[in-house]
Design a binder for this molecule. Structure first.
Ligand code: SF4
Ligand code: SF4
Length: 244
């Protein structure tokens, strides 16, 4: 047993293996989450397939975070409704950093879903919101008053809190990236549709942790852009449009 510090994104197997000194160049990593181990145990000891998944259900709009057992296809609203007292909400499949918004027309759990995060949906602008000094906002760049307080409870909802802007080259995204690539540079290449240049700059090393998007003061969706670029590269390598 090796104790692992609770640091994000150490739940990502490749980063974890590298942090523990297990990852050698080009060496494949095999890993399994706890529910996979339980499924194998069930198959070996009871000779039964495991169709039930264990989901975490949490987020600021949930009255009490829980783990639930459910089969793929189970109605999502039946899981959410008894645990959410105020509406409207936004349901995320996965966690806040790496999850994706569930489409309104998706009624049942899909096979890949390992958790649901529910956020209060903020649809209106705050009255005189720009005057707020930010006692309850965490910021990497220490531009809110919350940076003077320790252990501040962050108010988490779907509000953008400010407008999107062009990159200001603060390199905060580069400082936090756990795989040491330069998201701001890749973002600029992708903005000009220079996919090969993005590949040379290491876009394929991105693990999609979302830290760059979280810290970006210009609110650029870096994670989404880099993940989409990786998907495009994969497709284009298969069809021979991009060569190594
Ligand atoms: S999502 Fe951003 S911070 Fe995370 S690995 Fe990719 S580029 Fe780096
Ligand atoms: S954090 Fe955002 S604004 Fe700063 S360099 Fe990266 S992309 Fe640009």
């Amino acid at each position: 047993m090796v104790p692992v510090p609770l640091r994000y994104p150490l739940d990502h197997f490749t980063v974890l293996a590298r942090g523990l000194g297990l990852k050698k160049q080009d060496m494949p990593i095999w890993a399994m989450r706890a529910d996979g181990v339980l499924a194998i145990d069930r198959a070996l000891t009871l000779s039964r397939p495991s169709t039930v998944r264990i989901l975490s259900v949490g987020g600021p709009a949930v009255d009490g975070p829980v783990h639930v057992k459910a089969v793929p296809g189970y109605p999502i609203q039946r899981i959410i409704d008894p645990r959410v007292s105020s509406r409207p909400v936004r349901i995320i499949s996965g966690g806040v950093m790496t999850g994706s918004r569930l489409p309104d027309n998706q009624l049942g759990l899909d096979v890949e879903c390992n958790g649901l995060t529910v956020l209060p949906e903020r649809q209106n602008r705050e009255f005189l919101g720009f005057l707020r000094p930010g006692y309850d906002r965490r910021s990497f760049s220490r531009c809110f008053l919350s940076s003077l307080r320790h252990g501040v409870a962050e108010r988490l909802d779907t509000a953008l809190r400010g407008e999107r802007r062009p990159c200001i080259s603060c390199v905060a995204c580069e400082e936090v990236c756990p795989v040491s690539i330069m998201p701001h540079l890749i973002h600029k290449y992708l903005h000009q549709d220079l996919l090969e240049e993005a590949e040379w700059t290491g876009v394929k090393r991105c693990i999609g942790c979302g830290l760059c998007s979280y810290v970006c003061p210009a609110k650029i969706e870096l994670r989404a852009q880099l993940t989409e670029a990786c998907d495009r590269l994969r497709t284009e390598l298969q069809t021979g449009k991009v060569t190594r």
